[in-house]
Design a protein. Sequence first.
Length: 287
Amino acid sequence: MPGTILFTGGSSGIGLCSIKEIAQSGSKPKVVVANRTPPPPPLPSNIVYEQLDLSSQASVRALAAAWSYGPISALVCNAGIVGPAALGQYTSDGVEITVAVNYLNHALLFFLLKDRNLLEPDCRIILTTTEGFAKRTDPKLSNPLIQYANTKLEMILFAYALVRRIKESGKKWTVIAFEPGFTPGQGSKLGRDSPAAARWVGDHIIPHTLWIFRMFGTVTSSPPVSGRAMAKVVLSDEYNGITGKYILLHEERPSSKDSYDVEKQEDVWNWTINTLAKDNPQVLKPF
């Protein structure tokens, strides 16, 4: 795959495993990791780091405006947060921080790159989501896992609305919602805002109880396995033209019934545009 791969959240866990897999693939593409903190060394020489704070629209705008790595062949929206410390906090842009980081500012990043014509004609857009959502619920609820699930459902509702608009425009971009499986702890910084005790349980206890989750139908995995699966979705010709699909590791699956509700998809799309347009008029431009 020619061009450059832009990858958010590639500094730990699944993302870190995936960027290494991508960078060491046969084509050895340049991988730009955009995150609050850089991935730990050692790293292949074709991985570069750019600072990005996804809680800040200004930071997203700065990354897009300063982009100097050429056309983007794949945009991987992987970064995310969950935890009580994040719940109820608002960004300087007035958005609940979990929504901003996990969903809204990824959408902004896409719109800004599109506006600058930085996406290759066959660009692949990968949105990391989860089967942990079922129904969109009240974001004011005090459970951080519910809010996390809300943001992941928003991501896939946005993805399906985006696919329709891409098709109407005649563009050939591919949009895939990727589910890495349940991989608690194991080096991930997803729960970095959780209390220390909760992080310890997530890192040291829950990974040894995954068999219980499997008994109830949850697909479990590990960062290396999920990282390889994500790298394949990013790079493999097997996924050429497969757009608007939900991929769980290597297998196409239906997403939740709620996610196929076109009215909800349009609600999320319109809320996204209206929320971003005040400071980012580029989102109003047609495809």
